[in-house]
Design a protein around this ligand. Structure first.
Ligand SMILES: Cc1cc2nc3c(=O)[nH]c(=O)nc-3n(C[C@H](O)[C@H](O)[C@H](O)COP(=O)(O)OP(=O)(O)OC[C@H]3O[C@@H](n4cnc5c(N)ncnc54)[C@H](O)[C@@H]3O)c2cc1C
Ligand SMILES: *[C@@H]1O[C@H](CO)[C@@H](O)[C@H](O)[C@H]1NC(C)=O
Ligand SMILES: *[C@@H]1O[C@H](CO)[C@@H](O)[C@H](O)[C@H]1NC(C)=O
Ligand SMILES: *[C@@H]1O[C@H](CO)[C@@H](O)[C@H](O)[C@H]1NC(C)=O
Ligand SMILES: *[C@@H]1O[C@H](CO)[C@@H](O)[C@H](O)[C@H]1NC(C)=O
Ligand SMILES: *[C@@H]1O[C@H](CO)[C@@H](O)[C@H](O)[C@H]1NC(C)=O
Ligand SMILES: *[C@@H]1O[C@H](CO)[C@@H](O)[C@H](O)[C@H]1NC(C)=O
Length: 547
């Protein structure tokens, strides 16, 4: 039997309710959306604000979980979201408009502290603040990562000494998650119904779920066909153990819905009789926990927050991908897009340039060779032989190299004891020598790839402008790297399995509180992260229903 949890115990919930807004009660029989706290608190039909489950954060984890829990009409479920409604907002809806989403309305705009490894630059760290969370503002790229990435979740529990008695119930692995991965997916042919023969393997997809997944509207373009020839010719060590067989298909998710909300006023006491579930994301969740006195006791005392539960790992060990935009010259004339015509086409039948968030149709997930010298010095941080060390994003205009496997650790900590202050976000980028070596190797591999004859033979690619580790001096190159390395919005790990939550996603040493979002993923996978969070939340719904 679970004890009843009153939100008033958690100071951060007052944060939510003071600043916040967002109250969405979802129930299949009777879903009700409150657009403001006033509307919510004055709904007399609710009387005392008592629910079975209260979820804080309406992003990927929270939306999926609220939807599943409320399938049982007897359950009273409240989903609280700090941002506004996503319903009917064009820039959030048309994939190609995502770069124009107004950050002052729909984004938390977190700021990192000056990054010592990046020449003291501060970086605005994007997180969606709107129903749908970061999935409402993201690029909709859908990649899963390898089996090894998921098996590492269960391994993190084992290495933390998590009791194995109930292992079968708790274990997290690819085999356990795969059915949930399929359950959330609603695969459909691309808009416009182009031929996709040979581009998709029906065995590896789900068709009945809530999250639309598809291939790109356009393509294969001449650029795509060159890229495929170059991959074949170059013999890159691609990650092929994953679900797509070829390991570099990009798929685009065509949107996920759920209704939504907005702004502030006085606070309301809400009671969760069964569970309070944090779904506020990798930055929001540890921020709420720390504000509530759950974290490293001495750190909390230093900042003036009364410690309630000493859980030193809250907010620590955050990991993220590091991206570097490379420049090269090519003999190509981009065909200009007429924005008005593109919008009209998209509104007519959902096709055209705005049907794609990014013009990349291929992502390469690759591994360094086993004998690469960096491993001798620092070991191999990837989750296993099927997991990517680097990613190359094949945008026709720019090619970006990403480091997927890093040894850097970041953190989320409190700036002050004021609930309303944003947290301090430290990515810790390029503070570990492995990450510099590995990024250098990823750039060398990308450079070699761009020099294969599929690109160069007929004069398509005419030069590599770098940054080039073989042209610049070591110190010049490093300085350049520090100047242009950026995050890619894939943070995980601040409330990780084993370190902060147990195998059932319950916060250690606290009753009636779970975490269901990207913060529980122990280390950033060799993939963009949303697919993993969808599957995680589907699995969590099952754990909760059966507990
Ligand atoms: C710009 C951008 C581009 C991205 N591109 C891709 C991509 O193309 N492909 C991909 O796979 N992944 C991408 N990602 C990452 C992906 O979106 C995230 O991994 C995923 O959304 C994480 O899900 P989550 O549930 O953990 O958190 P989120 O989806 O971020 O949801 C957290 C929710 O909690 C709310 N919240 C936070 N604090 C509070 C509070 N105190 N009170 C109430 N509510 C609160 C937030 O407003 C938000 O709605 C991108 C992310 C960003 C920001
Ligand atoms: C959507 O983007 C356009 C720019 O294309 C901008 O002018 C407009 O203000 C945006 N709309 C909203 C609601 O943010
Ligand atoms: C970054 O800041 C630190 C601390 O203020 C300082 O010691 C260091 O020299 C700075 N580095 C650069 C590159 O400016
Ligand atoms: C898509 O194309 C296939 C074959 O080209 C055809 O059988 C199918 O009916 C088309 N579907 C739609 C929705 O147009
Ligand atoms: C919301 O709260 C802020 C800070 O407390 C206040 O400045 C603002 O006026 C409030 N807005 C509304 C609409 O009440
Ligand atoms: C590109 O490849 C050719 C051989 O195919 C080689 O001669 C040349 O040095 C390479 N250029 C770079 C910049 O690596
Ligand atoms: C550029 O491409 C055109 C057409 O593909 C080709 O005719 C021309 O020779 C190329 N130019 C260079 C400098 O390679």
């Amino acid at each position: 039997m679970r004890s009843s949890v009153s939100l008033s115990r958690f100071r951060s919930l007052s944060l939510v309710l003071v600043v916040g807004v967002l109250n969405l009660q979802i129930n299949t029989a009777d879903a009700k959306v409150y657009q403001s706290l006033e509307e919510f608190s004055s709904d007399s039909s609710k009387g005392a604000k008592v629910y079975d489950f209260v979820l804080v954060g309406g992003g990927v984890g929270g939306s999926v979980l609220a939807n599943r829990l409320s399938e049982d009409a007897r359950k009273r479920v409240l989903l609280v979201e700090a941002g506004p409604d996503n319903e009917g907002v064009l820039n959030l809806t048309a994939p190609g408009l995502f770069t124009q989403i107004d950050p002052s309305t729909f984004n938390w705009n977190y700021q990192t502290i000056p990054q010592a490894g990046l020449g003291n630059r501060t970086i605005v760290y994007s997180r969606g603040k709107v129903l749908g969370g970061s999935s409402s503002v993201n690029a909709m790229i859908y990649t899963r990562g390898s089996k090894d990435d998921y098996d590492s979740w269960g391994a993190a529990l084992v290495s933390s000494g998590e009791e194995t008695k109930e292992r079968n119930k708790r274990v997290w692995s690819w085999d356990v998650l795969w059915p949930w991965m399929k359950k959330h997916e609603r695969w459909r042919p691309p808009v416009g119904n182009r031929s996709i023969s040979g581009q998709f393997d029906p065995r590896f997809h789900g068709y009945e779920g809530n999250v639309g997944v598809s291939l790109s509207w356009g393509g294969p373009s001449a650029f795509d066909l060159r890229a495929l020839r170059a991959i074949e010719e170059d013999g890159l060590e691609l990650v092929t153990g994953g679900v797509f067989g070829r390991g570099f298909n990009l798929e685009l998710n065509d949107g996920n819905a759920l209704g939504l909300c907005q702004p502030n006023s006085s606070s309301v006491l809400i009671t969760a009789t069964k569970e309070l579930i944090l779904t506020a994301g990798t930055i929001g969740t540890p921020h709420i926990l720390l504000n509530s006195g759950v974290g490293h006791k001495p750190d909390l005392e230093n900042i003036g927050v009364k410690p309630i539960v000493d859980l030193p790992e809250v907010g620590k060990s955050m990991s993220e991908h590091i991206s570097v935009l490379l420049t090269w010259t090519r003999n190509d004339t981009a065909i200009p897009v007429d924005p008005a015509a593109a919008l009209a086409q998209w509104q007519l039948d959902r096709t055209g340039p705005l049907a794609e968030s990014v013009s990349a149709h291929h992502l390469i997930f690759g591994r360094f060779r086993d004998d690469w010298s960096g491993f001798k010095l620092y070991g191999d941080p990837s989750a296993g032989k099927n997991s990517a060390h680097f990613e190359v994003v094949l945008l026709p205009a720019d090619i970006a190299a990403w480091l997927e496997s890093t040894l850097t650790g970041g953190s989320v900590t409190l700036r002050s004891s004021n609930l309303l202050d944003p947290p301090l976000v430290d990515l810790g980028f390029l503070t570990h020598p492995f990450d510099i070596l590995a990024l250098t190797e990823a750039i060398r591999i990308t450079k070699r790839f761009l020099n294969s004859s599929a690109w160069t033979q007929d004069g398509y690619i005419t030069g590599f402008l770098g940054p080039d580790p073989d042209v610049l001096s070591k110190s010049e190159f490093e300085e350049r790297l520090r100047a242009i390395s950026n995050p890619y919005w894939h943070v995980v790990g601040t409330a990780a399995l084993g370190r902060v939550v147990d195998g059932e996603l319950k916060l250690r040493r606290v009753k009636g509180l779970r975490v269901v979002d990207a913060s529980v993923i122990p280390h950033v996978p060799g993939a963009h992260t949303q697919a993993a969070v969808y599957a995680l939340a589907e699995r969590a719904a099952d754990l909760i229903e059966n507990s």
